[in-house]
Design a protein around this ligand. Structure first.
Ligand code: AHG
Ligand code: MN
Ligand code: MN
Ligand code: MN
Length: 344
């Protein structure tokens, strides 16, 4: 046992590499850079109004700044995006990055060496919760970059979730956490602010297969498809309904915080495909929300689905593509998939 009483993220990564000697040290350094970006964001989130980081970002023409999704950007969306870019671009581990807040992929500047990975991220998830001082987070996905030195294109990022080398998130809540999978289970670390280190506190996280808790934004119910309506109605019917048990409901509006709750005590989360806006088949983005969370949930023994099949099998067609997403305790997700498969 290390002197600090717990393993640090650095020690954990070194040990992982010893178990897979073919892996390069570059990958460890990349994860540590991502962790550094998350620590910088945690500091800004923690200082809140004192640091003047609350509120909407002002755009170049004076009004609110709007991102490629058509959302009003918060100051912290922009700051967190900048931290991710600045802290990860110089290390030589990446060929490029893509972000919720950037319309096009970000190539590594010529001043820095080009590496063999791609980093895709949602710098600040749950940004409607910033100003009310509730939990937000960052989500990231690591993919392999194409070899060779041709200019990077959007197509290089359009890889199915199964191709992810690693995925994780940071949670800026009462404590700051980093939850990570390098394809060998899921481990959770808590930031020791005095040491400035993420310490392994939640080894081998597992999603319990059964649950009596679900999470969905019920204000969208009139737009849901029939299988989702059926599932929620049956949960609401409780003990006297077909499920013969009572369900509890939660909605934080930070998917990353919902994922953390589900990784800790189980549950099922739905932001399904709906008919609210014909141009958006779902709310969440495939590459930097659904895929990394799906990877973590599957690595922890849960299931992540579009409702129609595993989300990690989806072949992306666009960088900012949206998708219906259902994830969490295996038995509930399988039930939801069964309802989708039955003739309506
Ligand atoms: P982001 O803040 O990165 O744009 O993502 C917000 C997402 C997700 O975190 C959350 O589950 C969902 O939006 C909340 O949507 P509603 O406002 O419809 O509840
Ligand atoms: Mn957003
Ligand atoms: Mn998000
Ligand atoms: Mn975001």
């Amino acid at each position: 046992m290390p002197l600090t009483g717990r393993q640090t993220l650095t020690q954990y990564l070194i040990e992982q590499r010893r178990r897979y000697p073919a892996a390069s040290g570059n990958f460890n350094a990349l994860i540590l850079d991502v962790a550094m970006a998350c620590k910088a964001i945690a500091r800004a989130v923690g200082q809140g109004a004192l640091a003047g980081v609350h509120g909407a970002q002002t755009g170049e023409l004076g009004g609110n700044s709007i991102n490629v999704q058509g959302e009003t950007q918060q100051k912290l969306d922009v700051l967190a995006n900048d931290y991710f870019l600045r802290i990860n671009e110089w290390g030589g581990h990446l060929a490029g990055m893509a972000s919720e807040e950037l319309e096009a992929p970000y190539p590594i500047p010529a001043a820095y060496p080009r590496g063999s990975y791609l980093l895709v991220f949602d710098p600040l998830d749950g940004s409607s919760n910033i100003d009310v001082n509730l939990t937000v987070g960052s989500i990231f996905s690591i993919l392999r970059a194409p070899s060779g030195d041709e200019e990077l294109s959007e197509a290089d990022f359009l890889q199915a979730g199964r191709e992810q080398v690693a995925a994780g998130y940071a949670l800026y809540g009462p404590s700051t956490m980093l939850v990570l999978s390098v394809g060998d289970g899921v481990d959770g670390f808590t930031l020791d602010k005095d040491l400035g280190e993420f310490m392994l506190t939640h080894p081998r996280m597992q999603v319990p297969p059964s649950t009596q808790e679900f999470a969905i934004n019920a204000s969208n119910s009139r737009f849901w498809e029939a299988p989702v309506k059926r599932f929620v109605d049956e949960c609401l019917a409780g003990k006297s309904g077909p499920r013969e048990k009572d369900f509890n409901m939660r909605w934080i509006a930070s998917m990353v915080a919902e994922a953390h709750r589900i990784l800790t005590r189980g549950g099922v989360f739905l932001y399904p495909r709906d008919s609210k806006d014909a141009s958006k088949p779902g709310r969440l983005r495939l590459l930097y929300e659904a895929n990394p969370i799906g990877f973590l949930i599957e690595q922890a023994g849960g299931r992540a689905s579009t409702g129609y099949g595993p989300v990690l099998q989806e072949q992306p067609t666009q960088l900012h593509q949206r998708i219906g997403l259902v994830f969490g305790s295996r038995h509930e997700v399988e039930r939801i998939e069964r309802y989708h498969a039955e003739p309506q």
